[in-house]
Design a protein around this ligand. Structure first.
Ligand SMILES: N[C@@H](CCC(=O)N[C@@H](CS)C(=O)NCC(=O)O)C(=O)O
Length: 297
């Protein structure tokens, strides 16, 4: 990870501990606490003194939420989460992971994101008040949706719809658009078969999305994590060999989502990182070696 981020290694270790398979200890309920409200009329003098001496911990609601650690690089997958964090308005700290320099493969980062990819988060206020780390953009969006109660329908029918389009993106649109982009821009040799195959598949997926958006504003009822997941991948339509004008409803959705202030703030996160670092694969042989060396590490 970039040097600027190294000072919080301790919380990463906390997250790794939170991931360990050791089951969480459950506190035994003391017999007195089992009494019904009416039965616990008079606390024993010893217990009353202990309670009075106990340090006053502010109730959870009164404590300011601890910022979420956001492991990020400004790319289509990273933007999904920067958009969600901005839309929800929850505090977070960006921890840049320069994927062009191979920072996704450091031992510390792999504890959080074993797949060696961005994005990932560590939420110090996870379930049970303990830190939790989450990798895979779809899992992060669902986690944040459940945590905040925003942009992820609570009712089962609505949730199934949002999940359908979210999974459609992470398993289809993202990987296929990524391959189209790769073979069109970055492959060391021109392979017409690969270019045609992936460009056509992306066109097919754009058409599916276009039909879905005919007569509706968003992919799954209201604006949701499904829209956030797809948006970043449509930004680079030209590099994928697509003409957005040919997909009228998709184009209208793209403009609608792109006009949201939260989306614009999400896209602005880490903009300076992109221009200051060698992730332009055409100009950096080092980044090319890091990102396109697909042998197991
Ligand atoms: N399925 C993953 C894909 C993540 C992914 O491919 N991230 C890219 C950036 S967009 C990455 O970290 N690339 C680094 C590499 O390929 O080594 C997700 O949705 O989170």
């Amino acid at each position: 990870m970039a040097a600027a981020t190294s000072r919080k290694t301790a919380s990463r270790a906390g997250a790794a501990a939170a991931r360990s398979k050791t089951p969480a200890k459950t506190k035994a309920v003391p017999p007195a606490a089992n009494k019904s409200k009416g039965a616990a009329a008079k606390p024993a003098p010893k217990a009353a003194a202990k309670a009075a001496a106990a340090p006053k911990t502010p109730p959870v609601a009164a404590r300011p939420p601890k910022p979420i650690e956001f492991y990020f690089w400004p790319t289509a997958n990273g933007w999904k989460v920067s958009i969600m964090l901005e839309e929800c308005g929850i505090p977070y700290d960006v921890r840049p992971v320069n994927i062009g320099r191979g920072e996704q493969f450091t031992a510390d980062y792999l504890k959080i994101s074993p797949n060696g990819r961005i994005p990932a988060i560590v939420d110090p206020d996870g379930p049970g008040g303990k830190a939790i780390s989450v990798f895979e953009s779809g899992a992060i969006l669902q986690y944040l949706g459940r945590k905040t109660g925003k942009f992820y329908p609570a009712d089962e029918r609505g949730r199934v719809e949002a999940d359908e389009w979210l999974f459609w993106q992470v398993s289809g649109l993202g990987p296929m658009a990524g391959q189209a982009n790769h073979f069109r821009q970055f492959a060391p040799e021109t392979i017409p078969y690969a270019i045609e195959r992936y460009t056509n598949e992306v066109a097919r997926l754009y058409n599916v999305m276009n039909k879905r958006l005919a007569g509706r504003d968003y992919l799954a009822g209201k604006y949701s994590i499904a829209d956030m997941a797809c948006y970043g991948w449509i930004i680079s339509h030209q590099q994928q060999g697509q003409n957005l004008a040919a997909f009228v409803h998709l184009k209208a959705w793209f403009d609608r989502v792109g006009a949201r202030p939260g989306v614009q703030r999400g896209l602005a996160v880490g903009r300076e990182l992109r221009s200051s670092a060698p992730t332009d694969l055409r100009s950096s042989q080092d980044s090319r070696r890091v990102l396109m060396n697909r042998r197991p590490r």
